[in-house]
Design a protein around this ligand. Structure first.
Ligand code: PLP
Length: 391
């Protein structure tokens, strides 16, 4: 019998199945495990957004939406981005996508020619590597462990000098999954200065912009508008992961070109969910604030607990992840440590190396889970660590 997998797009063989999912599925089978693997809010979507969706159904909004999204949603998105972050995109510079995930895919596939290089600072959300590979591009992974998990102008300049003209795109994700680090306006300005007037796109994934804690969120688009492609959405800000609504923003006429991939991939997103997202970014523009306060309290609790156990952490200033270094007197293979901790300690945290170079010896804990679970999880972790130390 012929093995037809041999005849698929060759790029696919370079895409690895998600180790994070494999680990999360393994952990889920363990009775009473406290789960810190989840990448989605534990809150429910605010009620007024649900009501907007119900009204939309009752009003028979059951037809195709315009390809780039309803005008109301794009207008609300435009006002939201300008009011919150001084990001100036007119409604015709915004495409409503199937989550931030489709926005990233559309941007990457639209930009890359085969062989083009994409700089991806690591540790990273793994999706960028997969998308670049599928598009025939070459991910250039830049380890940022020595620079506080941030791409610095020096690292960027060095990488550009080493990689030559082949670099077509730089991916930046802030607040970051998996590290929770954010960039200041000075840091973004300095990166913009390196990239300015080079034929390089900056793909900015700002899906966690509303969950930015100790300082206001700033965007590279403020300093490098012509070269920035902005990806954002309501999944994390409004606890709407299952509604699958994202935003892809770029200057005209770029957006017209990006829209071709979007249209021929998905036509348009569901009209009802667009009406819900319009309510989120309109009347619900501050819905994230109480959730953000809850995340801050959880972060602080976990940070203190980890610190007491000798786990070093760069304080996360956004998103809902803590990336912590396993204490040096414990097992240093993060995958072994995480599997053993889940099985014997009943705490599930993702091995840091799953997020690329620089993540070895780390664990990612998501605190998108209740305070009661977090307290139990930290007690379990303490018990486990003490048992290991006593052995
Ligand atoms: C950094 C980052 N970008 C994008 C996404 C995907 O967002 P969406 O659910 O809107 O597709 C996630 C989800 O975990 C994420 O962490």
């Amino acid at each position: 019998m012929m093995d037809m997998t041999n005849y698929l797009n060759r790029q696919l063989s370079g895409v690895k199945a998600s180790a994070i999912l494999t680990f999360a599925n393994f952990a889920q089978q363990i009775p009473n495990v406290i789960n810190f693997t989840l990448g989605e809010p534990d809150f429910n979507t605010p009620d007024h957004i649900k009501q907007a969706a119900i009204k939309s159904i009752n009003d028979d909004h059951s037809h195709y939406a315009p390809a780039n999204g309803t005008l109301t949603l794009r207008q609300n998105a435009s006002t939201f981005l300008a009011g919150k972050y001084r990001q100036h995109y007119t409604p015709d510079e915004i495409i409503v996508t199937q989550g931030a995930t489709e926005a990233l895919y559309t941007a990457i596939v639209s930009v890359l020619n085969p062989g083009d290089k994409v700089i991806i600072p690591t540790p990273t959300f793994p999706l960028y590597i997969a998308d670049v590979t599928v598009a025939g591009g070459q991910p250039v992974l830049v380890n940022t462990a020595a620079t506080g998990f941030k791409l610095t102008p020096e690292l960027l300049t060095e990488t550009l000098a080493r990689e030559g003209d082949g670099v077509k795109m730089v991916v930046l994700n802030y607040p970051s999954n998996p590290t929770g680090v954010v960039y200041s306006s000075e840091e973004l300005k300095a990166l913009a200065d390196v990239l300015r007037d080079k034929p390089i796109f900056a793909l900015c994934d700002e899906i966690y912009s509303e969950l930015h804690y100790d300082q206001p969120h700033v965007s590279l688009s403020n300093y490098l508008p012509e070269q920035t492609i902005l990806v954002t959405g309501v999944s994390k800000s409004h606890a709407m992961t299952g509604w699958r609504t994202g935003l892809l923003c770029a200057p005209q006429p770029l957006i017209n070109e990006l829209s071709k991939i979007h249209q021929f991939t998905i036509t348009s997103t569901a009209t009802v969910t667009q009406d819900a997202a319009a309510a989120a970014l309109g009347a619900g523009k501050d819905d994230a604030l109480p959730m953000r306060d809850a995340y801050v309290a959880r972060r602080d609790y976990i940070l203190t607990a980890l610190n007491e156990l000798g786990f070093k952490t760069i304080k996360p200033n956004g998103a809902f992840y803590i990336y912590t270094k396993i204490a040096s007197d414990l097992e240093q293979d993060d995958e072994k440590f995480a599997y053993d901790l889940a099985e014997k300690g009943l705490v599930a945290a993702v091995p840091g190396s799953y997020f690329g170079p620089g993540g070895e010896h780390y664990l990612r804990l998501s605190y998108a889970t209740s305070m009661a679970e977090i307290r139990q999880g930290m007690t379990n972790l303490k018990d486990y660590v003490e048992r290991q130390r006593a052995e």
